[in-house]
Design a protein around this ligand. Sequence first.
Ligand code: IPM
Ligand code: MG
Length: 365
Amino acid sequence: MILNITALPGDGVGPEVTEEAIRVLETVAQSFGHELRVTRKNVGGAALLASKDPLPTDTLQACFSSNAVLLGAVGGPSFDEFPRHLRPESGLLRLRRELGVFANLRPAVLFPALEDCSPLRPEVVRGTDMLIVRELLGGLYFGEPRYTQGDPGGRIAVDTMKYSEPEIERIARVAFDLARTRLRKLTSIDKANVLDCSRLWREVVTRIGADYSDVKLSHAYVDSAAMVLAARPADFDVILTENMFGDILSDQAGGIVGSLGMLASASTGGAVSLYEPIHGSAPDIAGQGIANPLAAILSHAMMLRYSFKLLAEAACVERAVSQVLDNGHRTRDLARPGQKSITTSDMGRLVVEAAKETAAQRVAS
Ligand code: IPM
Ligand code: MG
């Protein structure tokens, strides 16, 4: 198979982790007889510096003419004072909207070897394996009107949370379908005791749930869900939630499974799917070669699974990651006091080696 991919390394640690993940992809492609074609383009701050546009036309065109898009991260403190449309983040938001990727899948899984990296007690965090399904194109992120107006001292700012029934329905169906491939347990998270959007959300999700009588649906308020997530993370299977709540809860889930550096994501439902680690650009450690590339590597595994249906190849990457962790290798975010930590490229190399071995065993067996 020919894997035609656009890579958008972006800002901060984005380029560092993306390059390691591409190395892993190259290895797997080669071992399984696929041809990998990667086109690299600018996005975010890197694109702003190069062309004053966080999502240049040629970047978008490259994305549309490929089978999948891999993104590193966008953003950085040097852009903090830029107007909204000239911020790196707006490049990413526009990219999501242009591609039409409304369904953001964020698995939060505790790798057994990382039990001791969680701030929670092992018996609390053990068995955590949830899939957060975040609506990605609605709510506060895109609602109009939005503006800041008035004179300094008396300004007001407005953002709008807006959801239509079709928007809720389509993401709910994605979540229910995914629940059928897992434990058939779906928790829809909202704030229906306060927000109109959430009341509509709950009503629509309940209606769609009637088509999925084999999936056990429950509803939770976001505040209470945040508490349960910390107290009993292993209780969750599939979480369905709107854009902003999903943004917040997925970072919390990352903290719970030990490091945001482990969390992959897939944004699907549109013309071309987008895969990115959820950790962001981490400007505090950018350029030091110490970022954890595993979230990017695992995002690429999601790409193999969802965009190319290459299940054995995806499993090979995931198994390689588990194996490297089982062997005790840790980047700085995962290392406990006194434990040795390795660099981004060492971690990449170890996963490449493990993937080669796993692929060879498969061919031999
Ligand atoms: C994420 C990020 C983005 C978001 C930012 C960078 C715009 O935090 O993917 O979770 O808020 O969606
Ligand atoms: Mg986020």
